[in-house]
Design a protein around this ligand. Structure first.
Ligand SMILES: Nc1ncnc2c(CN3C[C@H](CCSCCOCCO)[C@@H](O)C3)c[nH]c12
Length: 228
């Protein structure tokens, strides 16, 4: 089985590469892909670079060019739910694009014809994450994640996203990865560790907690890989 492990920033996959140890590096389509054999599983690892377009390219490449049959995303996110604090983990049950807007034609935010506002993550992988959470003694929240091509650092915008999509966290890649994997029939799982509260202090919090939150998420994802 070929398994894709994806992040958006180098800091999000660095802990994965460190854990894997040895890997083959391939330059392809403006990005770098790392392949490794890990406990009998062929891994393809990459960070996409920031945003929905780059993450669409990487997720598609991992599936179509490297033959990934499942995709796990590990990274950080901004909290919307007040229950989510820095370092907390959230598993996406479904994801939406908060900056997709043709409401001028009467459609809901996040919707375009022949699409859907939400894309649901793989239930088996979510169930596996619940097992890992118990084994690790970690409380992992499940919720809706909203994705957009903006680093959100504004209480008003954050709350609008939360109310409009009933979202618990926000980031910049998950929903585009979801659309790709859903279209290609590749089971996917999106895990994020909170790095900030998407408010006026977000950029400072993000800078402070990116690395530690990225490790939190990566360690959890690798425990899932160990059980696949
Ligand atoms: N509040 C927030 N709003 C939106 N997304 C997030 C995320 C999730 N990731 C982090 C990263 C955004 C960082 S852009 C700045 C990078 O600086 C690079 C050096 O200048 C992008 O890949 C999405 C954490 N907090 C967020």
């Amino acid at each position: 089985m070929t398994l894709a492990i994806m992040g958006a920033m180098s800091e999000e996959i660095a802990p994965i590469l460190e854990r894997v140890g040895e890997y083959k590096t391939t330059a392809y389509a403006g990005n770098t892909y790392y392949e490794a054999s890990y406990k009998g599983i062929n891994l393809v690892i990459a960070y996409s670079k920031i945003g929905k377009v780059f993450s669409t390219l990487t997720a598609t490449t991992m599936c179509e060019h490297f033959g990934a049959q499942k995709l796990l995303f590990s990274g950080v996110a901004g909290a919307i739910s007040p229950k989510l604090k820095v370092g907390d983990l959230i598993v996406a049950t479904k994801l939406a694009q908060h900056d997709l807007d043709i409401t001028a034609f009467g459609h809901p935010f996040g919707y375009v014809p022949e699409g859907s506002v939400y894309v649901e993550a793989d239930k088996e992988l979510i169930a596996l994450s619940k097992e890992v959470a118990v084994e690790m003694g970690k409380s992992v929240q499940e919720g809706i994640i909203a994705t957009g091509d903006q680093f959100v650092a504004d209480e008003k915008r954050k709350n609008w996203i939360g109310e409009t999509f009933k979202a618990d966290a926000l980031e910049m890649e998950g929903a585009s990865v979801a659309v790709v994997c859903d279209a290609l029939d590749v089971p996917f799982f999106i895990l994020r560790a909170i790095s900030d509260a998407a408010d006026m202090d977000a950029s400072f919090s993000f800078d402070e907690f990116l690395e530690t939150s990225a490790v939190e998420s990566a360690e959890f994802v690798m425990k899932m890989v160990d059980k696949l």
